[in-house]
Structures are given as structure tokens and as C-alpha cells.
Ligand binder design. Structure first.
Ligand code: FAD
Length: 445
């Protein structure tokens, strides 16, 4: 059996490693058009901020280590350019030599990821405007910061990457402005939770322009001027464009594979595309929202890795299903941690679902033990049966473990009474006899 994988990072590399663990004899070819495989996308902003100092730490596997450890034929700078489904052949371009050749497959796995969105606005092609997706992007931004020593930066888009870049550029001594078209940062949160983030960022000296979009970047007196819809302007030395990603679907579309309503590649529960010999995973696909059943795109590393494992298992004859994504996520914004799982109130409002909400404020651990800090939990649940539909937390220490308990509760379709009953680890340095998660359950019930 011969499997060709398109994409060698989160989803692609997980698929390759799992295939080898499942089957010693299978022939595995992994194509990656870039120069690096299996790198830590999520660590990139922290390398720019010099929190992760050594660049090599971002490279989880190299082509050599992957070949030696897993006996995988890794071809970097090789781009899949066309799929011939009848012949079960992929056309591949060697980007160094320019040579185009063909490779046959029994099964094909597409994990091509997503592309940063770059709207057609004037000035976005200037060399001081950057997007961040991979190692070369990271090198470009870091070199610019190291060499040019910019004093001001504008981050356009207040999602995860924007937020992480704002903090990391600030850590490099740069004054940062964040421009966001919506009236709040972190769209996965509801407004009142995001407001805590806004306040925290402002106290750290981050300049926020909410409810405002950019219209152009212009040059003036050796600096850049970012023009906003409101008519305001912001002087800067560099711009980070982080307004979201588009799934890479060209290869699939051109091969006639079905594309879903949210514009991601459509797959069934086994992660097969409309051609059963071709699987697709990661940022490029459309998934089912675990709570609402809608078709959505949720570009996160956890789902991509899990889907890679499932696709590999199914190629090896198992019948594993991917049940859906719930968008569990967490981000650090200076001292604050914000996290969410499941559906937000604003989404439920749009969908006209019935729901109820409680907010609780609890300490991360016993108040009498030094260092207790508060966290605000927002719990969203169904009024008829108490099922937990979503949760959001803003706080400091201990947010990560509470969101993971609540993420488990959402996935297991638990209700508010289950939260009351959960017996969670307690000693004064770690929690309270009534944990913040129990408290949210009590407040709801
Ligand atoms: P990728 O990991 O992007 O891999 C796709 C690869 O396919 C690319 O390397 C691309 O070059 C290659 N490719 C595309 N087309 C072809 C072709 N035709 N032929 C050959 N190769 C091709 N997620 C989290 O959950 N938590 C985080 O903290 C987090 N932080 C992030 C920070 C940054 C800066 C970025 C950019 C992403 C972050 N993510 C995070 C998102 C996460 O990295 C992605 O969801 C995940 O990498 C998706 O995996 P993938 O395999 O679909 O795509």
C-alpha cells in the first residue's frame, strides 16, 4: 500500500507518524512545499519575542529525523500541483529544479493548511507589512525587529495571532497599536469577557482601535502611516497583518472534490473527501461544530493533530470517526489568561437557540493561602435540561485547568448538575473545597 501526504506540518506529520506506527510495511511519501516540516507554528510569536530563544527548538522534526525514525520518504520543497483521480496519480513540482514528475497513490491525504488573508488594500505589499504562518515569515519579522529596531508597530486583527504578536512585540520594547474591525478582540469570547482583556491590555500600554478597520498603508518621512476607516491615522515602523486565514483548497477544487458551505474541503465522519481514496484534515477542511452541528472551520492545532491520527487509522482499516470540533482555545495576554470552549452567547443568539447564562467570580485557590487571584467564569447552558453549551474564563493562574474540565464537560454532554458533583483536586495551594467549576454549577442550578 502506498500513501502520499500533501503538507508536512501539524496534520500531515501526525498522519505520517501514525501510519508508520500502525503499519510497518506501508510506503509513505510526505510532500512539503516549504523548507521545514513539523515545526511548532504555535511557538512562532514567542520566538519573535525571544521567549523561545533558540530557533532550533521550533523545529520539532527535521526531514532526516523523520526519515530515520519513521522510515518516511520526506520531500521538502516539493509541491503537489495536480491530482489525477482516475489514474490515482499526483503531479509534483520539485521547486528547486523546476522538474515536474508523477507519483501514484493508493490513498492520498490532504493537509495543506491555510493562508493568511491579505485584502487588496493599498500598501499591503510594502516590505514593512508582514503576515505570520511559517518559519520564513518568522525569520523575516525577527530579522526586521533585530536589525531595524522599530519603535512602533501596528497589529491588524485581534485574534490569537494578533494578540500574541502584540504581546511579543511589546516585550521587545516596541510600542504597539492593535486595530480590530469588530468592537472587541478575540471573537471567540463574548463582549463582557473580552472587555476584561481590553482593560488589561490598556493597562499594559497597548493602544487599541476597536470597531475600526484599515484602509491603506502609506509611506511618509521614512515611516509608515496606517490609515483607518474612521479617518484616524497611526504612525508605525512595521505592520503585522493577522486578520484570519483562508483554507487552501485550490488543489482539491481543481480535482473536483466537494467544497462545503463554509468554503473548507468537505469530508465525511471518516475524514474522507467526496473521493473515498482521498482524505483531508486540518485547517483546510470544514468540520461539524460539536454543539450546534453546523458546518464550520476551526483552524486549530489540536483538531488537526487528532484528525491526522484518525485518517491514518482509517487508511489502515479501522473505522474511526471524527465527532466534531468545539473550538477549545486559550491565550495568554500578558498576565491575563483567556479561554473558551463550546458555543458563545452571541452565536446562540444568532442561531436563536434558548440558553441561560451565569457568571461567577472565584479565587483560583483558597483565599487564605498566599497568592490567590480571581477568575471570572461564564457558563452557558440549555434551560430545559441544563446541558453545558459553552464556557469562557478570564483570569490568571488556574484558568487552564478549569477550561479543560469544562471542555471535557461540553464534549461529554454533561449538565450543570454534573458540574456540582465533580470531585476535583483540592489542597489550599491548588484549589478550594468548592472549586470554581463547582461554583459555576451551583450558580447555574
Ligand atoms: P499546517 O500546519 O499549516 O501545514 C500545512 C503545510 O502544507 C504547510 O507547511 C504548507 O507549506 C504545506 N502545503 C500546502 N499546500 C501544499 C502543496 N500543494 N504541496 C506541498 N505542501 C503543501 N493552534 C492552536 O491550537 N493553538 C495555538 O496556540 C496556535 N498558535 C498558532 C500560532 C501561529 C503563529 C500560527 C500560524 C498558527 C497557530 N495555530 C495554533 C494554528 C495551528 O498551527 C494550525 O491549526 C495547524 O498548524 C493546522 O495544521 P495543518 O496541517 O492543517 O496546516
Amino acid at each position: 500500500k502506498k500513501v502520499v501526504i500533501v503538507g508536512g506540518v501539524a496534520g500531515g506529520a501526525s498522519t505520517a507518524a501514525r501510519l508508520r506506527r500502525m503499519d510497518e510495511d506501508i510506503e509513505i511519501i510526505m510532500l512539503e512545499k516549504g523548507k521545514h516540516i513539523s515545526f511548532a507554528n504555535c511557538g512562532l510569536p514567542y520566538h519573535i519575542g525571544e521567549v523561545i530563544k533558540e530557533r532550533e527548538k521550533l523545529l520539532v522534526q527535521t526531514p532526516q529525523s523523520m526519515e530515520e525514525r519513521f522510515d518516511i520518504d520526506v520531500r521538502i520543497q516539493h509541491e503537489a500541483v495536480k491530482i489525477n483521480r482516475e489514474a490515482k496519480v499526483v503531479e509534483i513540482k520539485d521547486l528547486q529544479s523546476g522538474e515536474v514528475y508523477q507519483e501514484s497513490y493508493d490513498k492520498l491525504v490532504l493537509s495543506p493548511g491555510a493562508e493568511p488573508i491579505k485584502p487588496p488594500l493599498p500598501g499591503l505589499d510594502l516590505p514593512e507589512v508582514f503576515t505570520l504562518r511559517n518559519i520564513p515569515d518568522t525569520d523575516k519579522i525577527k530579522n526586521f525587529v533585530d536589525e531595524k529596531k522599530p519603535s512602533r508597530a501596528v497589529v491588524v486583527g485581534g485574534g490569537f495571532i494578533g494578540l500574541e504578536m502584540a504581546e511579543n512585540l511589546h516585550e521587545r520594547g516596541i510600542e504597539v497599536s492593535v486595530v480590530e474591525m469588530m468592537d472587541q478582540l478575540m471573537g471567540s469570547l463574548d463582549y463582557e469577557m473580552a472587555a476584561m482583556l481590553h482593560n488589561h491590555l490598556r493597562t499594559k500600554g497597548i493602544d487599541l482601535h476597536l470597531g475600526d478597520g484599515i484602509t491603506a498603508v502609506e509611506e511618509a518621512d521614512g515611516r509608515k502611516i496606517v490609515k483607518l476607516q474612521s479617518g484616524r491615522t497611526v504612525k508605525t515602523d512595521l505592520v503585522i497583518l493577522s486578520i484570519g486565514v483562508n483554507p487552501r483548497t485550490e488543489l482539491a477544487e481543481e480535482a473536483g472534490l466537494e467544497i462545503g458551505s463554509s468554503k473548507g474541503i468537505k469530508v465525511n465522519e471518516y475524514l474522507q473527501t467526496s473521493d473515498p481514496s482521498i482524505y483531508a484534515i486540518g485547517d483546510a477542511i470544514e468540520v461539524k461544530d460539536l454543539v450546534t452541528d453546523r458546518s464550520v472551520r476551526i483552524p486549530l492545532a489540536g483538531p488537526a493533530n487528532k484528525q491526522g491520527r484518525i485518517a491514518a487509522d482509517n487508511i489502515c482499516g479501522r473505522k474511526e470517526t471524527y465527532k466534531g470540533t468545539q473550538g477549545t482555545s486559550i491565550a495568554k495576554a500578558f498576565d491575563l489568561t483567556i479561554a473558551s470552549t463550546g458555543v458563545s452567547e452571541k452565536t446562540l443568539k444568532d442561531l436563536k437557540w434558548d440558553y441561560q447564562v451565569v457568571h461567577t467570580n472565584s479565587n483560583n485557590h483558597a483565599g487564605y493561602y498566599p497568592g490567590a487571584v480571581p477568575m471570572m467564569i461564564k457558563l452557558i447552558f440549555a434551560p430545559d435540561n441544563g446541558r453545558i453549551l459553552g464556557a469562557q474564563i478570564a483570569g490568571y493562574d488556574g484558568v487552564d485547568k478549569r477550561i479543560d474540565v469544562l471542555a471535557t464537560a461540553v464534549r461529554q454532554e454533561m449538565d450543570i448538575y454534573d458540574l456540582q458533583e465533580l470531585e476535583l483536586a483540592y489542597a489550599p495551594p491548588f484549589g478550594s473545597a468548592k472549586d470554581p467549576v463547582n461554583m459555576a454549577g451551583f450558580a447555574a442550578g
